[in-house]
Design a binder for this molecule. Structure first.
Ligand code: BES
Ligand code: ZN
Ligand code: ZN
Length: 496
């Protein structure tokens, strides 16, 4: 998508569509800017209340003869006093969707005068608008099977915007590109997006951004490092497990180092504790955490953020085979702790345990954040639009909560309730990978905590919001790319 600007309505060129903005009024929608020559054209839909200006409402009408465009869209921003970034994302996401359905490629958007927008400032307003458009303007159609092959939006010109402000939109494009990368990786079939495909992707990112250094620990190296838990989970697959490490140093002089660990199970059958029909069909999304942390590092590099950040992704496939790791057996990982396997489907915490312990020992993290589609039970508890947050550090937790609040990626903090550790006790090993049914997400987090030592650490359980079962105003169905904007926002807030 190309963004451009013109200062005056009369200076605009021809395009497919002119977008006019409206607030929801008491009786009638109210224009957010002077309507000038379009007053007459919009009068009837407003009088008849065919259009009320509700958040994300879009009405197409035909432009008067002689206009530079044939269609006009009325776009609702909801109640003026309720304007916020999320409203802008929703409204402009819906506008983009409406354009996509008609194959409209080139549009002009008339911006209201700054005083109309009760929003912190023009930069934040543009951010909401740009994010809504970019996040919605995506289609996953790898095999081109869909009959609907209408083009996506290609060009957006803002009327009344200073050209300098376009920089913000360029930034948003780089972030969206990272989100698209993650979505493509999540959406791609598990026979295509294999561990070696993720490795190739990491290497491509490093080729593209020379400031990103990628290291791959292959199976041999994992054996040498004694990463017995990652090796155990990956054992039943014809694709070897690996550990991807991607580092970006934006402030080499600083010791500040955020390490992001992402669960990368390219397909989760459950292993010998096989998942039932109905629970396995979307399990290609079980590498959403890995996709998120890899994409975040790529975006940090493309934005040249002044931070140091490393993505660590343990990757493997949890498959069924004669060689699969076994329930009831005991395996020892990088940290040396022995783990009794109560259930081979609780595999995420096993591979994360090795990746977390390895990061603590080798990467000197000042903050460690893992992102994982870890438990089905968290979806039961808080639904599929919110991620669970656990942390051993209240400051880190509040930083992440604030970042998520601002990007619209909501987090719900749950306690690392120590007494529940009792439930993870094993007769034959140091710890067991499952407890009872009760408190599933907390038990998973408590298990991970055993592998981070005293490091400031947070765990995001994204099992719900990683994958959408339906389209939402600015988010697609299927792979969402959840967490990337949140992590980048958090990193930006600490940038030197
Ligand atoms: N990958 C799943 C969790 C998951 C479920 C992600 C639904 C996205 C949607 C994870 O590996 C898993 O299977 N967890 C088990 C843990 C249980 C065996 C303790 C679960 O949640 O059932
Ligand atoms: Zn599982
Ligand atoms: Zn899993």
């Amino acid at each position: 998508m190309q963004f451009s600007s013109v200062l005056k309505l009369s200076n605009r060129e021809k395009s497919d569509l002119l977008v006019l903005l409206f607030w929801q009024g008491e009786k009638k929608a109210k224009a957010a800017h002077p309507l000038g020559e379009f007053q007459a054209a919009v009068q009837t839909p407003l009088d008849l209340r065919d259009f009320q200006g509700r958040e994300g409402e879009v009405l197409f009408i035909y432009a008067p003869n002689g206009s530079k465009e044939r269609r006009i869209a009325l776009l609702g921003l909801g109640k003026q006093e309720k304007l916020c970034s999320e409203t802008l994302r929703i409204a402009f996401g819906q506008l983009t969707r409406a354009c996509n359905r008609k194959g409209i490629e080139q549009i002009h958007v008339l911006l209201p005068p700054a005083a109309e927008m009760r929003h912190p400032n023009i930069d934040e307003t543009l951010r909401g608008i740009g994010e809504g458009m970019m996040l919605a303007n995506y289609r996953w159609d790898e095999k081109n099977l869909s009959n609907e092959k209408k083009n996506l939006l290609k060009s957006v010109t803002f009327i009344g915007l200073l050209p300098k402000k376009l920089e913000i939109l360029e930034e948003i494009k780089l972030v969206a590109e990272a989100v698209y990368l993650a979505r493509d990786l999540i959406n791609g079939g598990a026979d295509h997006v294999t561990p070696s495909f993720l490795i190739k992707t990491a290497e491509k990112i490093a080729d593209r951004f020379p400031t990103v250094k990628t290291t791959i620990l292959d199976k041999k190296r994992l054996e040498h490092e004694k990463m017995g838990l990652l090796l155990a989970v990956g054992r039943g697959s014809s694709h070897d497990p690996a550990l991807i490490i991607m580092s970006y140093q934006g402030v080499p002089k600083s010791k500040d180092h955020t390490v992001l660990v992402g669960k990368g199970v390219t397909f989760d059958t459950g292993g010998l504790n096989l998942k039932p029909t109905g629970s396995m069909e979307t399990m290609r999304d079980d590498m959403s955490g890995a996709a998120a942390v890899m994409a975040t590092v790529a975006a940090a590099a493309s934005l040249q953020l002044k931070v140091n950040v490393t993505a660590v992704a343990p990757i493997c496939e949890n498959a069924i085979d004669a060689k699969s790791f076994k329930p009831g057996d005991v395996y020892r990982g990088f940290l040396g702790k022995s783990v009794e396997i109560g259930n081979t489907d609780a595999e995420g915490r096993l591979i994360l345990a090795d990746a977390l312990a390895y990061s603590v020992k080798n990467l000197e993290p000042t903050r460690l954040i893992d992102v994982a589609t870890l438990t089905g039970s968290i979806v039961v508890g808080i639904g599929d639009e919110i991620a669970g947050l656990f942390s051993n550090d209240e400051k880190l937790a509040s930083e992440l909560l604030a970042a998520g609040q601002s990007t619209g990626e909501l987090l719900c903090q749950l306690p690392l309730h120590a007494p529940y550790k009792e439930l993870l006790k094993s007769d034959i090993a140091d710890i067991k990978n499952i407890g009872g049914r009760a408190g599933g997400p907390i038990l998973a987090a408590l298990f991970l905590e055993e592998f981070v030592g005293g490091t400031r650490w947070a765990h995001l359980d994204i099992a719900g919001p990683a994958f959408g079962s339906k389209e939402r105003p600015y988010l697609p169905k299927n792979g969402i790319g959840y967490g990337i904007r949140l992590l980048l926002e958090d990193l930006k807030r600490r940038a030197k």
